[in-house]
Design a protein around this ligand. Structure first.
Ligand SMILES: *[C@@H]1O[C@H](CO)[C@@H](O)[C@H](O)[C@H]1NC(C)=O
Length: 197
């Protein structure tokens, strides 16, 4: 998936953090215990079928253009990354849990997509994605729907030509992809709507 960023253009932003519902925490803890028992966070979220692929919905919203570095040929941005997928192993029957249909997981305890910035220019953080980059919790719904919204700062390579400076326009392409899944097995679908739980 590629996202073209024109420097100097104002980009869409979202300013919503998770509206965490504090009620029924005891039941939510029971749900967590129930679904995480025997859960394997490495194998991936599809239970059956060998032709199935996994769909991860993805949106990057840039909130701040931090730096355009012509000498280093890179670009630094602040952004929110919003990812959605289904994990069939993490569904539960809400009838057995006081009709509670929502809980929360840490990215360290469940499978999460390893979608990362491929043209990453940050040498202190070689993997610009996955649970090492995105540290916020994942909202989970009873049918296995996962929503992960995380803030992150990205440095990407961006080849710039400044011959026509100061009238120049630069195109920076941020390429995101999975490091372990081939394209046909993990399909990245852009999210077009604004953030909702
Ligand atoms: C959920 O659990 C209830 C009570 O045990 C049961 O009657 C119902 O069939 C279950 N629903 C599903 C979708 O498994």
């Amino acid at each position: 998936m590629e996202l073209i960023l024109l420097t100097g253009v104002v980009l869409v932003s979202i300013h919503i953090c998770q509206g965490y519902d504090l009620s029924h925490n005891k039941v939510k803890a029971e749900i967590r215990k129930h679904v995480l028992k025997d859960y394997d966070r490495i194998v991936g979220p599809v239970k059956y079928g060998d032709t199935q692929y996994l769909e991860v919905k993805f949106r990057l919203s840039i909130t701040n253009l931090v730096e355009v570095n012509t000498k280093e040929q890179n670009l630094k941005i602040d952004a929110w990354v919003w990812q959605k997928w289904y994990d069939e192993f993490l569904a539960w029957n809400s009838t057995n849990f006081k009709k509670i249909g929502y809980t929360v997981f840490s990215p360290k305890e469940v499978w999460v997509p390893d979608i990362a910035l491929i043209n990453n220019a940050d040498r202190t953080e070689r993997l610009a994605g996955g649970p090492t980059k995105f540290v916020t919790n994942i909202n989970a719904w009873r049918k296995g729907s996962m929503t992960w919204l995380s803030p992150a700062t990205f440095s990407s390579t961006c080849v710039q030509n400044v011959k026509t400076w100061p009238m120049d326009v630069q195109n920076c392409i941020l390429t995101f992809g999975s490091c372990t899944y081939p394209k046909k097995n993990l399909v990245i679908v852009p999210i077009t709507e604004t953030y909702t739980k």
